[in-house]
Design a protein around this ligand. Structure first.
Ligand code: NAD
Length: 279
């Protein structure tokens, strides 16, 4: 990073709950002015996150900006509002994402397009808008992609047959569309790192394993495991640490990525999964 990199302001998308919420709280406690962003229908939850941050430290600066990451206009407004309020942007955490658990033959084009509009277009728009401002500012920056895959995918193609076993990072199962969208983020992260490194901008991503968030509980309700056991207990059994991760354990890593401590790291997607092993 250029020596004048002094991180001050961070945007976190998908910050109303789960991993994004934990990242927003952690970055605020690291001293960042934090922009909490999520879809408009989660305004109340975003306000709660802002209040939690203030409760910990009344001096913390927060801004709540509803934005749909799949909308170019929304993302541009999000970054413009951040600049107007805090004078610039140092860290963009493109965390927002949705999950779809369907075998390939059941994925509709509408579902595929919706998933890609949020998980891939949304990340692209956040990366672009952040990089444009960071390049203009000439003080470097950190761009962090959210939730690229460590996938516990099921090898068998049919949920209705209920067969298969926990597999690894190979996209070969009932999270195929989700997995494809997250692999796109991994590739975009590497390309962006190449293109913006000369401006002192690093681009990295985190790849969570099984993290206890509303998304995981939704998946538990929809995914049938081969053994018929609950998804979460099955995943715990396939994890070295024998437990789900907590959102704060991802936030700790993002805190390091957002700091000067990761100054010589770019283009990486880092796995934080408690040691998921695969048969
Ligand atoms: P979550 O569903 O609990 O939270 C995601 C947030 O993103 C929600 O608040 C949601 O409203 C927001 N969001 C959805 N669509 C949006 C849009 N169009 N614009 C703006 N915000 C939008 O999920 P989480 O578990 O906290 O996941 C966070 C990220 O980590 C996601 O990208 C997810 O794919 C990824 N991830 C999670 C896990 C896990 O085990 N929880 C594992 C791997 C990857």
């Amino acid at each position: 990073m250029p020596p004048n990199y002094q991180p001050k302001t961070a945007i976190v998308t998908g910050a109303a709950q789960g991993i994004g919420r934990a990242i927003a709280i952690q970055l605020a406690s690291d001293g960042f002015a934090v922009v909490i962003s999520d879809i408009a229908s989660k305004q109340d939850l975003m306000d709660v996150v802002a209040a939690e941050i203030k409760l910990k430290n009344a001096e913390s600066q927060t801004l709540v900006v509803p934005a749909d990451v799949s909308s170019e206009a929304d993302v541009n407004k999000l970054v413009a509002k951040t600049k107007d309020t805090f004078g610039g942007l140092d860290v963009m955490v493109a965390n927002a994402g949705i999950c779809l658990a369907n075998p390939i033959l059941d994925v509709t084009i509408q579902e595929w397009d919706k998933l890609f509009s949020i998980n891939v277009r949304g990340v692209l728009l956040c990366y672009q808008a952040a990089a444009r401002l960071m390049i203009e500012q000439k003080r470097g920056g950190r761009i962090i992609g959210g939730g690229t895959p460590v996938m516990y995918l099921f090898r068998c193609s049919s949920l209705s047959q209920g067969a298969s076993s926990i597999a690894g990072k190979k996209g070969s199962g009932n999270l195929s569309a989700y997995s494809a969208s997250k692999f796109a983020v991994r590739s975009l992260t590497q390309s962006a790192a190449c293109e913006w490194g000369a401006h002192g901008i690093t681009v990295n991503a985190y790849a969570p394993g099984t993290i206890e968030t509303p998304m995981l509980h939704d998946a538990e309700a929809t995914i049938i495991t081969p053994s018929g056991a609950g998804l979460i207990s099955q995943l715990k059994a396939s994890t070295a640490l024998r437990r789900c991760g907590q959102p704060e354990e991802i936030a700790n890593f993002v805190s390091m990525l957002a700091s000067e401590k990761s100054s010589y790291m770019t283009g990486q997607t880092i796995t934080i999964d408690g040691g998921i092993w695969f048969d």
